[in-house]
Design a protein around this ligand. Structure first.
Ligand SMILES: NC(=O)C1=CN([C@@H]2O[C@H](COP(=O)(O)OP(=O)(O)OC[C@H]3O[C@@H](n4cnc5c(N)ncnc54)[C@H](O)[C@@H]3O)[C@@H](O)[C@H]2O)C=CC1
Ligand SMILES: O=C(O)[C@@H]1CCC=N1
Length: 257
């Protein structure tokens, strides 16, 4: 049983609590200044609290507040060297957090799919932390990156679910306009993304070869692919990723001030 506290139970803190509770093996304390935040996670957390004292003894404390709130929480959070503080705030460096705590600091960029234990996470740490490793493995897949690559990881896997939701929405909407029931279209679009993603994860074929495998000669897919290849979708998706990466770098500059 790993004793974990989550500070900030909004969208991302709540997703981590939900996923960890489903994994079992975690004793979870949920802390927030706003008791309304507990509504969505009450059934998953072992306890909820508005008293910061209650999180002080956890082996792992996850800081899941907005980047500008991080310094305020650190002012009041007194942790010991044997504890681990996981920071997930976009743009807040390990150094900024480590300068305010005795705990060892691990920086993680998680994503909302923690809710269903399908999270993609990037982690940077001075040395591997066994508890954090267990948590990230229980919540999905993770890769270890140098901290200077956290901005691009933030854009890719942190913000990425929103970009994918957008694409799912676009496919769902057109299929509904062309006659499918909207709920059926939602299921088919989402399951198609899930299946395509799973296929990529389990295959060593290049993305180009996988596209080719769907394009039957003279068939339907190639007609759609011609539209995509002639469009700016590839560079527009890239530009969305770059914009998110730039914002992460800006947040980092703001956090250093
Ligand atoms: N939303 C997402 O998909 C992801 C968010 N993150 C990071 O997670 C952090 C939280 O983001 P969200 O969950 O989206 O924000 P949110 O606004 O949904 O949740 C923030 C929570 O913090 C609470 N809070 C505010 N002040 C507090 C304090 N002093 N002490 C304790 N709790 C306090 C709020 O009541 C709220 O429940 C951010 O730093 C963000 O960069 C990282 C990856 C993905
Ligand atoms: O939008 C944000 O700033 C956070 C960080 C990554 C995903 N959500």
């Amino acid at each position: 049983m790993i004793d974990v506290s989550v500070i900030g139970c909004g969208n991302m803190g709540g997703a981590l609590i939900t996923g960890l509770a489903q994994a079992g093996n975690y004793d979870i304390t949920a802390y927030d200044v706003d008791p309304d935040a507990f509504e969505a996670i009450e059934e998953y957390a072992d306890r909820t609290t508005t008293d910061l004292e209650d999180v002080r003894d956890s082996a792992v404390v996850v800081l899941a507040v907005k980047p500008d709130i991080v310094p305020l929480v650190l002012e009041d959070l007194d942790l010991r060297a044997e504890q681990t503080l996981v920071t997930i705030a976009a743009g807040v460096s390990t150094d900024v957090v480590a300068s305010e705590t005795d705990a060892s600091v691990v920086r993680v960029m998680p994503n909302l799919a923690a809710r269903t234990r399908n999270m993609a996470a990037a982690v940077s740490w001075a040395e591997p932390d066994e508890n954090v490793k267990a948590m990230l493995s229980d919540l999905g897949e993770f890769v270890v990156v140098d901290e200077d690559l956290m901005d691009v990881a933030t854009a890719l896997n942190g913000s990425g679910p929103a970009f994918v939701f957008y694409l799912i929405g676009a496919m769902q909407q057109r299929a509904a306009e062309e006659g499918l029931d909207a709920d059926d279209a939602r299921v088919l679009a989402a399951q198609t993304f899930k299946g395509a993603a799973e296929t990529v994860l389990r295959s060593e074929e290049s993305i180009e070869d996988l596209i080719d495998a769907v394009c039957s000669p003279g068939g339907t897919t190639i007609e759609g692919m011609e539209v995509l290849w002639d469009s700016s979708v590839e560079s527009d998706v890239g530009d969305a990723l770059s914009a998110a990466r730039r914002r992460s770098a800006e947040l980092a500059e703001e956090a250093e001030k």
